[in-house]
Design a protein around this ligand. Structure first.
Ligand SMILES: Cc1cc2nc3c(=O)[nH]c(=O)nc-3n(C[C@H](O)[C@H](O)[C@H](O)COP(=O)(O)OP(=O)(O)OC[C@H]3O[C@@H](n4cnc5c(N)ncnc54)[C@H](O)[C@@H]3O)c2cc1C
Length: 550
């Protein structure tokens, strides 16, 4: 039966206990996330329990043939920067009734996907443990969003991305049933395949796909330390273990709905100290990064001169964000930076190198040894003496995107080439070429990011009311992503493909691999009911048509 809008809501009401909203204000709110896109949903649903999701998935599966536009997009905090949580059909908000930590120990934690990371961390810290792939948006996003986007952050250099920390999940596949997904050895995989049912067939078809295309898949793996692009077929089978979670993590809700996650945790180091390097030019960046990495810092982050200028301009607000009492003292703490700015001597890039350990002496030795090793570059360096001093640099780094979002002045943040990554050794050649493309198009932008991984967030400021700017987006994307390909990098390291980058996956991976991505999607979701247009099937035209106009 083909549904009208009112048929649809009344039919869903029969099978769904949670709230169903479709007032204009709600639809407007859910039309946006932190991306440059706008897509208006038809309904916004708040599932109350697993039964609600199972019933909804069954309902959509059964009615998809007559209603080809019907689909389900799970949404958590909506901070996705690639448009992953946007949909024209049903958006299912997981934050209202699907939050909470179910159990926690120093080694692992079980949580519902709509749990905000800030609440999750409060619980894990009671056991002196953290999920170290936390993001710069950790006060805003959920753990389910982190899994679905395979998020990462300042500690990823030392600890890896979210994909390293998912031990087990509960998920709802397209048949509307809930399953446990966890790593399997060969015998367990064979038993699963022998089931011959819906779940067994997913494992069988995925196993066959991976076996039949082993060489192509191996070669397709991006040669970088972090990647969110595509389906990570290369990570599923390592010769001993078949871990389907390596594929579900980062799949942006296109393969199933996640209903519960068991994460591995790591202990918090007792002490940490920050070593700051002020680079007046980028010429020696890769040599410098490569000399720092053997010291095994916990973080190696960076922000550029534009970010720093912005932070100085909005200094009082920045300090408020640090939530400190001694406002005046801290204002004085920024005097060296203000001085640099007035003299026009702001460094091109500021590198933050954080060391962690259990003893001061251990960290101090590393800092001294690092100083001795990199002194020859002739850059100004500072070993921060207190948490307060470190906090000023960290706040600038973490708040860089938010600052821009709030202070565009007629222009807004335009994240579209916001997450490129290449091996650090290529940075000296890659960065100037990338900047030249941006400068040739007269873009105003900031660069901040994870220098240790060669992953940079480039955020242009653009007036989206001017249609010429919307036209620039595919033009600049094409050029930047060609450059990324030249250096065998990835178009996204942590922010994922969404609507904004799915059309570029073919440019990055080639036709054969994108065809395997399509087959992967068909194995899990043959009717395309889960979050369509992300990972597979997205077009440049759809992306252009949905760029915000304000
Ligand atoms: C200021 C700012 C800073 C940021 N910094 C970082 C950073 O440092 N590192 C980083 O990696 N990202 C960063 N991001 C991007 C974003 O915060 C992360 O991707 C985050 O993990 C998304 O979480 P969320 O809860 O907002 O998920 P959402 O945006 O709601 O959803 C993200 C994706 O997950 C899917 N999804 C959500 N829940 C489920 C579920 N239960 N089952 C299946 N699929 C689901 C959605 O469909 C969508 O595709 C930043 C964003 C902002 C605004």
């Amino acid at each position: 039966m083909k549904f009208t809008h009112s048929d649809l809501q009344s039919k869903i009401k029969e099978i769904f206990k949670g709230e169903i909203n479709f007032d204009e204000k709600t639809l407007d709110t859910y039309s946006r996330d932190a991306s440059l896109l706008e897509v208006k949903p038809e309904l916004v649903l708040f599932p109350q329990n697993t039964e609600d999701i199972k019933n909804l998935v069954k309902f959509v599966s059964q009615n998809k043939a007559d209603n080809p536009n019907l689909s389900i997009t799970a949404r958590a905090a909506g901070t996705c920067m690639s448009g992953g949580s946007l949909s024209e059909s049903i958006v299912m908000d997981m934050t209202k009734h699907f939050g909470g930590v179910l159990s926690v120990s120093p080694e692992e934690v079980v949580a519902l996907p709509g749990t905000f990371y800030r609440d999750f961390e409060t619980e894990t810290l009671k056991h002196n443990a953290i999920l170290p792939s936390y993001t710069a948006s950790k006060m805003l996003n959920t753990v389910g969003g982190m899994v679905a986007n395979n998020s990462a952050g300042e500690k990823t250099l030392a600890y890896g991305k979210t994909e390293e920390y998912v031990k087990e999940m509960k998920v709802i596949f397209a048949d509307g049933n809930e399953y446990i997904t966890k790593p399997l050895n060969k015998e367990e995989l064979e038993r699963k395949i022998a089931q011959g049912d819906y779940e067994g067939n997913i494992y069988k078809n995925l196993w066959n796909l991976i076996q039949e295309n082993e060489q192509a898949i191996k070669y397709a793996k991006p040669d970088v330390s972090k990647n969110s692009a595509g389906y990570y077929l290369w990570n599923v089978w390592d010769g001993h273990t078949f871990d389907i979670n390596k594929l579900i993590t980062g799949s942006q809700g296109t393969l199933c709905v996640i209903t519960e996650i068991k994460f591995k945790l790591v202990p918090v180091k007792k002490k940490s100290k920050l070593f700051v390097i002020f680079m007046r030019d980028l010429e020696n960046l890769s040599e410098l990064v490569n000399e720092i990495l053997p010291f095994k810092p916990e973080s190696l982050e960076s922000y550029d001169d534009s970010t720093m200028k912005l932070a100085i301009r909005f200094l009082p607000e920045m300090i408020k964000k640090m939530k400190v009492n001694h406002f005046v003292k801290l204002m004085f703490g920024f005097l060296p930076e203000v001085g640099m700015m007035l003299k026009g001597g702001i460094p091109k890039l500021i590198l933050l190198v954080e060391f962690g350990g259990d003893e001061d002496a251990e960290i101090d030795k590393k800092m001294k040894d690092l100083y001795a090793k990199i002194h020859h570059f002739g850059f100004t360096m500072r070993m921060s003496r207190s948490e307060e001093e470190s906090s000023k640099y960290w706040t600038i780094r973490r708040e860089s995107f938010n600052l821009l979002r709030q202070h565009g002045k007629g222009a807004r943040t335009a994240p579209f080439i916001d997450d490129v990554v290449v091996k650090p050794e290529y940075l000296p050649k890659f960065l100037p070429k990338m900047r030249k493309i941006l400068d040739d198009h007269k873009l105003v932008y900031t660069i901040a990011g994870h220098a240790g991984n060669g992953n940079f967030h480039i955020i242009p400021l653009m007036n989206m009311k001017d249609p010429k700017n919307a036209e620039l987006i595919p033009v600049v994307s094409d050029k930047i992503y060609s450059l990324v390909k030249e250096y065998r990098g990835s178009i996204d390291a942590e922010h994922n493909d969404g609507i904004i980058r799915t059309p570029y996956l073919e440019q990055m991976f080639g036709h054969e691999i994108v065809d395997l991505f399509k087959k992967t999607k068909e194995i899990f979701d043959p009717q395309n009911i889960f979050n369509p247009g992300k990972k597979v099937g997205g077009t440049k035209q759809y992306m252009i048509d949905h760029i915000v106009k304000n």
